[in-house]
Design a protein around this ligand. Structure first.
Ligand SMILES: Cc1ncc(C[n+]2csc(CCOP(=O)(O)OP(=O)(O)O)c2C)c(N)n1
Ligand SMILES: [Mg+2]
Length: 413
């Protein structure tokens, strides 16, 4: 029997955050990985084994001089690039306004996508309109790509009479049937298994409908992540599974969510092609997602993607990151800002300029303010009106169970 008092002679070390408040954040300068480093395997013949380098490397398209380079360059038209920039600006400006509304008591809670705008936007743009979106709270941007009206989004965040989920969800926990945007769950990670299940149904029915889902670095430490990968590995459904490694899970650093080298690499053990991509590079994200969509659409099963990024803002309006990380960490992050990077690429390619950028930002801000005022006509947080109490009992069960019926009668609604 092992003598437990003497057996542990090796130091027992676990992951730690690289920097704490008061430390100087230093990620070692620019990324060493370059766009030319990794080839783009044929999506229709690629095996997990062919992606070993992609799972430990970093797929990039935009280099440090803002040029698009390498095999993964998706060669997008200027219209598509400008459209992508506009969606990202819309999301950031919308988020900034909404957080101000929260700070002045006009919303109860809010979560921004700050620094991660490229993810849901580039990835949704790379999909087909019939594909299904299983987001976490960090991908509301997909709704802009699918054309959701801002007024409707704000009504949801307020929880007023026009909230399409009638106040049943926390703000930012959107659901939007018309856009195939599945309800965001407060218990993190449930969306991964749901996406795999719906993708299995799609394959069974022979539909050309791919599912995409995202969860965070912290959430990937949950069983839901592994259940989903196991089913994806076994049944090979058309699904794109993204782990968004934004370095933080509220105040817990990503180093405490995996003991491996990269999050992407874990997919290889499930025999799923796995790719690590620069999450602040709009072009790389678009390209990798399109590649995964091509595989899924051809019946070749799942792709596992680590989206390598940085959560630039607080976790939510209830969080204060200065308690656990240096305040300038984002400025030192080698991935930079996704909006600035695409903007610089467009300016370098002479497709965009500062004047147009400023005018577009102003136009979007006016649109957000106008939408906020319009949303408040259906009720504001302080004085309502809100959805009637009777709606607590409707639209959840197809046939109302006896105990819910009893509660409704007790309330007299
Ligand atoms: C099952 C479950 N456990 C804990 C929480 C509380 N919680 C909400 S978000 C979060 C952190 C998630 O971090 P990560 O997965 O890295 O996603 P990120 O917020 O960085 O996008 C936690 C612990 C929850 N909502 N659900
Ligand atoms: Mg995280």
């Amino acid at each position: 029997m092992t003598d437990r008092t003497t057996a542990t002679t090796k130091p027992y070390t676990i992951g730690r955050p690289p920097f704490r408040p008061g430390d100087e954040a230093d990620f070692g300068g620019a990324f060493t990985e370059q766009p030319e480093d990794l080839s783009r395997p044929d999506p229709l013949t690629c095996s997990a084994q062919d992606t070993v380098e992609h799972a430990v490397g970093l797929v990039r398209v935009l280099n440090d001089k803002h040029e698009a380079k390498g095999d993964w360059n998706p060669e997008l038209s200027s219209e598509t690039l400008i459209q992508g920039l506009e969606y990202m600006m819309r999301l950031r400006i919308f988020d900034d306004r909404m957080i101000k509304m929260q700070r002045t008591g006009k919303l109860s809670f809010y979560m921004r996508s700050f620094g991660e705008e490229a993810i849901a936007i580039a990835q949704t743009m790379a999909l087909e309109t019939q594909d299904w979106i299983f987001p976490s709270y960090r991908q509301p941007g997909a709704q802009f790509v699918r054309g959701r009206d801002m007024v409707s989004m704000i009504c949801h965040c307020i929880g007023n009479t026009e909230d399409n989920v009638k106040g049943r969800q926390m703000p930012v926990h959107y659901t939007w049937k018309e856009g195939r945007f599945i309800s965001i769950s407060s218990p993190v990670g449930t969306q991964f298994s749901q996406a795999v299940g719906v993708a299995m149904a799609s394959a069974y029915k022979g539909d050309d409908e791919v599912c995409i889902s995202w969860l965070g670095d912290g959430t990937s430490a949950q069983g839901d992540y592994h259940y989903a990968l196991n089913f994806a590995s076994t049944f090979k459904p058309p699904v794109i599974l993204n782990v968004v490694n934004n370095q933080w899970a509220i105040s817990t650093h990503a180093n405490l969510a995996t003991g491996g080298r990269t999050f992407a690499e874990r997919g290889l053990a499930y025999d799923i092609p796995s790719i690590r991509v620069d999450g602040n590079d709009f072009l790389a994200l678009y390209s990798v997602t399109k590649w995964a969509r091509d595989r899924a659409g051809a019946g070749l099963g799942a792709t596992h993607i680590e989206v390598y990024t940085y959560r630039a803002g607080a976790h939510s309006s209830s969080d204060d990151p200065s308690a656990y990380r240096p305040s300038d960490e984002f400025e030192c992050w080698p991935g930079g800002d996704p909006i600035e990077r695409l903007k610089s690429h467009l300016i370098t390619a002479k497709l965009w300029d500062e004047k147009r950028h400023t005018a577009l930002a102003k136009k979007i801000d006016d649109e957000v303010m106008k939408s906020y005022k319009e949303a408040c006509e259906f009720g504001d947080l302080a004085s309502g009106p809100y959805p009637p109490a009777s709606t607590i009992f409707t639209e959840v069960y197809e046939s109302v169970p006896w105990h819910v019926q009893e509660q409704r009668e007790e309330l007299g609604k």
